[in-house]
Design a protein around this ligand. Structure first.
Ligand code: MG
Length: 396
């Protein structure tokens, strides 16, 4: 059997206009929620979270039920914020102890926690912090980027990395408490823990005068220290306490909330649509560049002509003598001028296969070469007896 006595109080503080903290405690559940959001939205998120956790845990008072209660609160806060514009952006921390029953029927205290509200255990006047703050500064301490002293004054110490109503999934720290009769556990919002140092917290929360007096003195001390935020404290003292047969200490992440999942489906669809559009555009550009490249290569490959020896006669070819990529020169026509009837210099020019700008120029060159040879051999008649033959069959 596990039994506790309790006391609780919440206070607006000296600076804030309203109280966005919410608290709850009974014989088997203790909760502090510190709401965030404009106007009264933080109060809505905190109150809604407490109502949901009470209802869900009342229906299933075990570790699973306690975690599912936080998960459900997250879904409900998100759903409410998505349908009420004035609640947009609201959220809350939550820290709770539930007396959970295990499969053997043993009831023991379990702590669940999201955000920067805190739990402290008090034994023999000493104080031990049970929860890690889910804040940027404290995450940096755990990563070794800041010392605890630096984190305590860091400007991002209030910026939360987790909260109820922040994302469609929520990660909840779940821990079985190891307590003895006489131990106290203090749950509080940061309006208390920011104003009072550990020694003061330990001294006031452990005061033997009684739980109600202890809570009152904690609130009064936080107000006296500045009261810059809403101040909440829930203090329980165990009269009897069992330990969980299989203690739990881990972070449990939820599956996506249906409402938020629906909300995130549309952007994903848009992202897919954009992706498809971009893929098609890239493909078109790629094809266009490819076609342009082929056209340029084709033009370059067949933009010139040259003369060459074709089995003893001078022929006109179109293209580059050595070809361009997969484009080989084309045989166009045979001039019927004999290669053997060339001066040595013109024979060398033929072998060089120099480029000519057109078929007509190439024919002129061939005719000039032939005429030059005839001029040096006046007794020889070698004028072509046939007109040039033309074909477009490509020669490899
Ligand atoms: Mg606060």
């Amino acid at each position: 059997m596990t039994r506790w006595r309790y006391a609780a109080a919440t206070d607006t503080g000296l600076v804030r206009q309203n109280n966005q903290d919410a608290i709850y405690v009974d014989d088997h559940l203790a909760i502090v929620a510190d709401g965030m959001g404009g106007h009264a939205a933080g109060d809505v998120a905190a109150t809604m979270t407490i109502d949901v956790v009470r209802g869900e845990f009342g229906a299933r008072a075990n570790v699973e039920g306690l975690f599912r209660a936080i998960e459900r609160a997250n879904q409900d806060v998100l759903a409410d914020a998505s349908t009420n514009p004035e609640h947009f952006g609201m959220g809350t921390t939550v820290i709770a102890i539930g007396l959970t029953e295990d499969a053997q029927g043993v009831v023991s205290p379990t702590l669940v926690h999201v955000g920067d509200s805190r739990a402290y255990q008090l034994r023999d006047g000493a104080l031990r912090r049970l929860s890690d703050d889910h804040s940027v500064a404290e995450e940096w301490v755990r990563m070794g980027r800041l010392t605890p002293e630096e984190a305590a004054v860091h400007p991002r110490r209030h910026q939360l990395t987790r909260g109820v109503g922040v994302e469609s999934t929520i990660a909840v720290d779940v821990m079985s408490l190891e307590a003895r009769p006489g131990d106290r556990v203090l749950l509080c919002s940061d309006g208390l823990s920011n104003e009072l140092d550990d020694d003061t917290l330990a001294r006031l929360a452990s005061a033997p005068s009684g739980l109600d007096e202890a809570v009152e003195s904690l609130i009064a001390a936080a107000r006296a220290a500045g009261g810059r935020d809403n101040i909440s404290a829930v203090l329980v003292e165990f009269d009897e306490v069992n330990q969980a047969a299989v203690p739990v200490k881990r972070t449990i992440s939820s599956s996506p909330a249906p409402v938020a999942a629906a909300a995130t489906t549309r952007p994903r669809a848009r992202r897919r649509a954009r992706l498809t559009w971009r893929v098609w555009a890239a493909a078109l550009v790629f094809v266009g560049v490819g076609i342009g490249f082929v056209a340029i290569v084709h033009w370059y490959a067949y933009s010139t002509y040259y003369l060459a020896d074709d089995a003893g006669t001078i022929a006109v070819y179109q293209g580059q003598p050595s070809g361009v990529l997969w484009y080989h020169p084309r045989f166009l026509l045979d001039t019927n001028f004999s290669v053997s009837q060339l001066t040595p210099a013109d024979a060398a020019s033929l072998r060089s296969m120099a480029s000519e700008p057109s078929v007509a120029v190439a024919l002129n060159v061939a005719a000039t070469w032939h005429q030059r040879w005839v001029s040096g051999h006046p007794q020889t008649t070698t004028t072509p007896t046939t007109t040039p033959t033309t074909t477009t069959i490509a020669k490899g």
